[in-house]
Design a protein around this ligand. Structure first.
Ligand SMILES: Nc1ncnc2c1ncn2[C@@H]1O[C@H](COP(=O)(O)OP(=O)(O)O)[C@@H](O)[C@H]1O
Ligand SMILES: O=C(OP(=O)(O)O)[C@H](O)COP(=O)(O)O
Length: 481
């Protein structure tokens, strides 16, 4: 697997690459100036931005001639910073995102989010903590049995290797009683936290009640970190320490870390239905990537902006100027922006539509582009061959219809192939994850995000309230480049 930078705690606001020297050299502890130490070995207790900058500048001086890049990071405290001495016998409120799909018989149809939450919970129970596990499921309006977390208990228990206890409520005397009898190393799953309307309102009294159940707080709910809710944000005001779980840490390491200081060439593939939903992502990625490949429904707005006929394809008339300015911005930034050279068109928006391949410049009236064509797949693939880091957000076509899933699946397979060759491949949540899973290549990617909305916000450069609220720690890491 490729060498994405890893940190011992979370990257957030400040990342200062002190040097990017071309030659690779092994890390040599003795060779660094005082205050600069290899990754994972140095954690500054004080969370001070100036300290981070100061240390970065010292490391810059020390490492520029050795092919070592030192990155001082405003970081969040991690659950990994807590030892058995901190955790033994402690009640730990863990907010996870266990919002998994259930079928009509309440069977879990995709347990990815449950599996992703396991490392943090296992770490806590193996260190003698009492885990009070909280999540939402769906968007219930009040108490709604079909949104109960009960169907998750067997799978959680199986994956953890212990019997998970389930509470019928989120707060209140019954829950308090259960918490008071919890043995060390056990897990109590609270009921769906959104059964209380106070959760989404981030009601301080409700947050205080949640906090009163525990001694410390771990947020591992990356998929919900863009929500300022009582269990993701409010609760941190009443529980110290409030730290990040391993999943949250990994998501930020890839979606912020690997994207901010990527191994280059760095390519971004952006697809999906509309330019309007991806403006922020495209603008942000144009600042960072070397190559930008565009696919999906949004390409027709770009074609039209360039004066091409797009038939009945999806076009956002009010975004034509924006498309033109994004093309200009790419040029100005020296980013090679590639639009598909051919497309698969359909005579109607349906799985059984008649279809044919045409050059992008030859879409007849009445036909709509629903996928990228074979020449585009070939040119995108050969371009991707040159890269060291790739991030993908949004499908290349209407992949829900088999006939128009070819381009998306080909890109998924190409990324799997590149991943096997050491390229860092990051799948940024949402439909692209579904595509990668459909093709059966999810396991080989460097990172697959568990959050659609959250990953989009991160890629747009926004801060996530559930992350901002956590305790800070400054770390310095060094990586060879
Ligand atoms: N050429 C196209 N025309 C219309 N819709 C498209 C086209 N290509 C992709 N889409 C649709 O875009 C949707 C995904 O868009 P979006 O939500 O922006 O992506 P993501 O969920 O990956 O962030 C899919 O439902 C897909 O069918
Ligand atoms: O599934 C989720 O988000 P996602 O669909 O954007 O990945 C999260 O659990 C957040 O759920 P919400 O969008 O109801 O707050």
């Amino acid at each position: 697997m490729a060498s994405a930078p890893t940190t011992s705690s979370l990257s957030l606001a400040v990342r200062r690459a002190a040097s990017v020297a071309p030659a690779a050299a092994p890390l040599r502890r003795g060779g660094l100036a005082a205050g600069c130490q290899p990754a994972r070995s140095l954690a500054f207790a004080a969370a001070d931005q100036r300290l981070a900058a100061h240390v970065a500048s010292r490391c810059r001086a020390a490492s520029s001639s050795r092919g070592i890049r030192a990155v001082a990071t405003m970081a969040k405290k991690s659950v990994g910073d807590l030892t058995a001495a901190d955790l033994e016998g402690k009640r730990v409120f863990v907010r996870a995102d266990l919002n998994v799909p259930l079928d009509d018989s309440q069977n879990i149809t995709d347990d990815t989010r449950i599996r992703a939450a396991i490392p943090t919970i296992k770490y806590l129970i193996s260190n003698g903590a009492k885990v009070i596990l909280s999540s939402h499921l769906g968007r219930p309006k009040g108490v709604t049995p079909k949104f109960s977390l009960a169907p998750l208990v067997p799978r959680l228990s199986e994956l953890l290797g212990i019997e998970v206890i389930k509470a019928d409520d989120v707060v209140g005397p019954e829950v308090e009683k259960l918490v008071s009898t919890l043995p060390n190393g056990s897990v109590l799953l609270l009921e769906n936290v959104r059964f209380y309307k106070e959760e989404e309102k981030n009601d301080p009294e409700f947050a205080k009640k949640l906090a009163s159940l525990a001694d410390l707080y771990v947020n591992d709910a990356f998929g919900t970190a863009h929500r300022a809710h009582a269990s993701t944000e409010g609760v941190t005001k009443f529980l110290k320490p409030s730290v990040a779980g391993f999943l949250l840490q990994k998501e930020l390491d890839y979606l912020v870390g690997a994207v901010s200081s990527p191994a280059r060439p760095f390519a971004a593939i952006v697809g999906g239905s509309k330019v309007s939903s991806k403006i922020g992502v495209i603008e942000s990625l144009l600042e960072k990537c070397d190559i930008l490949l565009l696919g999906g429904g949004m390409i027709f707005t770009f074609y039209k902006a360039q004066g091409l006929s797009v038939g009945a394809s999806l076009v956002e008339e009010d975004k034509l100027e924006l498309a033109t300015s994004l093309l200009a911005k790419a040029k100005e930034k020296g980013v090679s922006l590639l639009l598909p050279s051919d497309v698969i068109i359909a005579d109607k928006f349906a799985p059984d539509a008649n279809s044919k391949v045409v050059p992008a410049s030859a879409i007849p009236d009445g036909w709509m582009g629903l996928d990228i064509g074979p020449d585009s797949v070939a040119s995108f693939s050969s371009t991707l061959e040159t890269t060291k880091t790739v991030i993908w957000n949004g499908p290349m076509g209407v992949f829900e219809f088999d006939k128009f899933a070819v381009g998306t699946e080909a890109i998924a397979k190409k990324l799997a192939d590149l991943s096997g060759k050491g390229v860092t491949t990051i799948i940024g949540g949402g439909d692209s994850v579904a595509a990668v899973e459909k093709v059966g290549v999810a396991d080989v990617m460097s990172h697959i995000s568990t959050g659609g909305g959250a990953s989009l916000e991160l890629l747009e450069g926004k801060e996530l309230p559930g992350v901002v609220a956590l305790d800070e720690a400054v770390t310095v890491k060094s990586v060879t480049v």
